[in-house]
Design a protein around this ligand. Structure first.
Ligand code: GLC
Length: 748
């Protein structure tokens, strides 16, 4: 085993990708890489750019794959889930390939490996970087034990359209919240150092603008003007780079006519030159050859040329590079130094991961699957992700109440884990039914519907009987996991099947109904909101959803989450987001006339001529940042330190928050600003800070926030990123639609 221990010994792994002046470690790093590169043949270099897909279900390790690894044709592998295969393939790479270059083993570990956490949209509802970081730390520990050392996460796509199936995987609609949580994911996955024994390389995806798919239809076209790119979609990726993310994945979509995997402006000018990313960029599944379908590449060879010219380092699953890079180089279309650049980026990350020093899976790293601390973290995350949208006082329940536990997701162990759950196991997933049973609660279980799309009304009569014999109904509704996630967009986002009819039927019994929703997106509940007494959004809560729900419903814990996305009344409103522009005719209460209130024969221009819908108005069902607890808070005494600040000043903002209830409460206090006039129009509100606080009954706490002109910067059409002088509004409150307001002026 030829090794470069001399170099490795003196390399202090540097994950900094911002240090323009190379430190000693960087010089040693680059020397090692250059030295290795000088020994590699053209075929080997092309091999490093190849992320070969495999099936996690394959029972045999193909000789052909082993031979490809032996010849140095493979740089990374996807979904090798048999530890013997991992060990054997790495052994071949390290001991038998021409330059002993280790392989990276990748997998989608998006919200947990064996211990499954709430879906990322649910994690975003926690607004809690510690919860997010602990989730990815647990995932890394569990995944590393089976040899996976690279995850295709976090997904950082801003999502403003709940029809989009992958909103389930997203950090929500706000760039600031997504940036804070994106950093936390990466710190959790990559640990304190990328070469840590339980660290796995993270992958900021999908670069970029995937969530802007028109119509919320996955893979669809996106049109993203430069200010929108810079002010909304790019910030989470910049935060990821600042956090030292090792890799970036290109998205399937085209941006303004150019698919991401062949987009030189985004991959070179923005990611490399401007943001100084020095990790490697991998394409998404077949997205290189999908440029043919996009109508951007004429054929596979042209796709390889376009991606290489754009600066894509590694190709996932398709073989355009493997089949054509050599030819393109021999023809002088692609230069050897371009290819060397890709390989250097890949080797740099392998070096930082410590693969040259410790390439093999640590067999002593006992699989800590479902460790008590892991399950506890998942349970905590489910509680902190839960969002209470309505409560007429029926919650929390008392343990002496007789509960009719109903609904298609009350005992659906696989579905409650949500999308991107390939390794979480059904037998470990604790459902509400199991948790209520374990807690010896006075519960009668009658699911009525066998799954979320069940349209049968056969069980309704019995459901009514069961309901009438109970004090309260807990109806766990929602979507099966398959109804969100990749390629699973929905045009109408209500409760599928007969769920709404069943809820309306049950409401006629007069028994209070607590609607618990397990879904991968906000679900429109306008048709049934008046039939239920409480609504709790539980997302797909993961392995520990049951125990978490039991604690929240019975008041042992309160629901602590806040909406990371606007909750629409109808999918007809979408895309809808709180940080929208004001327009020249903003809708308002005075002008709005609901459709059925319009006088018959009304004069054509007699209604309010402003931006609304005749049928559903102009407000969401629940705003971004919204969520109730089990107590009430009063905000008061908003004070700002100055009413005018300069570019180097800090504005201090204080507010007091009182707990008016009779139990301790947790609140996520949110600070929003508005730049009233700009060189381009500015959003009506933008989240700039948030803080968690716990307040005892009768207690009042004072919160302090600090912002500066840096927080007010934006990019205009000239590409200038700056804060502009002028008037600003500032709010502090419980969500985007409410808060105490002050104003200040930013001066030269
Ligand atoms: C998928 C997804 C991407 C994932 C990759 C590997 O198509 O778009 O998020 O990481 O393929 O599974």
């Amino acid at each position: 085993m030829k090794y470069y221990l001399i170099f490795i010994g003196c390399i202090v792994m540097s994950c900094s990708n911002k240090d323009a002046t190379l430190k000693v470690s960087d010089h040693a790093e680059e020397q090692f890489i250059d030295s290795l590169l000088s020994k590699m043949t053209l075929n080997e270099k092309i091999g490093q750019t190849n992320l070969r897909g495999t099936s996690s279900r394959s029972k045999v390790l193909s000789e052909a794959l082993k031979e490809d690894v032996r010849q140095g044709k493979v740089g990374a592998l996807l979904n090798v889930m048999n530890v013997e295969f991992v060990d054997e393939l790495q052994r071949i790479a390290v001991e038998e390939s021409p330059n002993n270059i280790p392989i990276i083993f990748g997998r989608d570990i998006v919200h947990g490996f064996k211990t499954v956490f709430p879906i990322p949209l649910g994690m975003a509802a926690s607004w809690d970087e510690n919860v997010v970081r602990s989730s990815s730390r647990v995932a890394a520990i569990e995944a590393r034990s089976v040899g996976i050392n690279w995850t295709f996460a976090p997904m950082l796509d801003i999502a403003r359209d709940s029809r989009w199936g992958r909103i389930a995987e997203s950090p929500g609609e706000d760039p600031y919240l997504a940036s804070v949580l994106g950093k936390a994911y990466i710190k959790g996955f990559q640990g304190d150092s990328l070469n840590g024994s339980t660290s796995i390389a993270a992958c900021a995806k999908h670069y970029i603008g995937y969530g802007a798919a028109m119509g919320g239809r996955d893979y669809n076209t996106t049109l993203i003007p430069e200010p929108l790119l810079r002010n909304v979609y790019l910030p989470p990726f910049k935060a990821a780079l600042d956090a030292g993310v090792a890799t970036v994945m290109t998205s399937f979509n085209e941006i303004n006519g150019i698919p991401a995997s062949g987009n030189a402006y985004l991959l070179k000018e923005v990611l490399r030159d401007e943001l100084e990313f020095d990790g490697f960029v991998v394409s998404d599944w077949d997205s290189v050859i999908e440029m043919i379908a996009h109508g951007y590449a004429a054929d596979e060879k042209h796709a390889a040329e376009l991606s290489a010219k754009a600066g894509l380092d590694m190709e996932m699953t398709s073989k355009a590079y493997e089949n054509h890079l050599k030819e393109l180089i021999e023809e002088g279309v692609i230069t050897r130094s371009q290819l060397d650049g890709f390989v250097k980026n890949i080797l740099r990350i392998k070096l930082r991961m410590g693969l040259f020093k410790t390439p093999y899976r640590d067999k002593n790293n006992e699989a800590s699957f479902y460790a008590k601390s892991h399950l506890k973290a998942a349970e905590e995350a489910a509680i902190k992700s839960s969002v209470l949208l309505k409560n007429n006082g029926v919650l929390p329940l008392s343990s002496d109440m007789k509960v009719a536990l109903m609904g298609p997701l009350a005992n659906a162990p696989l579905d409650q884990m949500g999308t991107w759950t390939f390794d979480g196991e059904e037998e470990h997933s604790i459902t509400p039914f199991k948790a209520f049973e374990t807690a010896n609660l006075n519960v009668v279980f009658e699911p009525v519907l066998t799954h979320s799309r069940d349209r049968s009304t056969e069980g309704f009569e019995k459901a009514i009987r069961v309901a009438k014999q109970s004090d309260v109904i807990v109806f766990v509704a929602g979507e099966e996991a398959i109804l969100s996630g990749e390629a699973h967009s929905r045009a109408v986002i209500n409760l599928p099947g007969a769920q709404e009819d069943l809820i309306k039927t049950l409401s006629k019994t007069g028994k209070p109904i607590i609607l618990v929703i397990m879904a991968g997106r906000p679900i429109t509940i306008t048709n049934i909101i008046d039939d239920v007494d409480a609504v709790l959004m539980f997302w797909h809560p993961g392995t520990m959803g049951g125990p978490a729900l039991q604690q929240v419903l019975y008041g042992e814990r309160e629901p602590e989450g806040r909406l990371p996305v606007t909750w629409p009344k109808s999918s007809g409103q979408l895309p809808y987001f709180y940080n929208h522009k004001n327009t020249g005719r903003p809708a308002n209460k005075q002008d709005y006339v609901a459709m059925y209130d319009i006088p018959i024969g009304a004069w054509q221009s007699s209604l309010g001529n402003d931006s609304h819908y005749l049928d559903i108005g102009y407000t969401p069902h629940f705003p971004f940042g919204y969520g109730l607890g089990y107590t009430q808070f009063k905000y008061d005494d908003l004070k700002i330190s100055k009413d005018t600040i300069g570019f180097n000043d800090t504005l201090e903002v204080k507010v007091s928050i009182a707990n008016l209830g009779d139990r301790p409460g947790k609140e996520i206090v949110q600070l929003y600003t508005q730049d009233v006039v700009g060189s381009i129009t500015r959003p009506v509100k933008e989240l700039k800070r948030f803080q968690h606080v716990t307040v005892k009954p009768g207690e009042t706490k004072q919160m302090t926030f600090r912002i500066s002109s840096d927080d007010l910067k934006f990019t205009n059409h000239e590409g200038t990123r700056a804060a502009e002088t002028g008037d600003f509004n500032i709010w502090i409150g419980p969500h985007a639609a409410s808060g105490l307001k002050e104003t200040f002026y930013l001066k030269e």
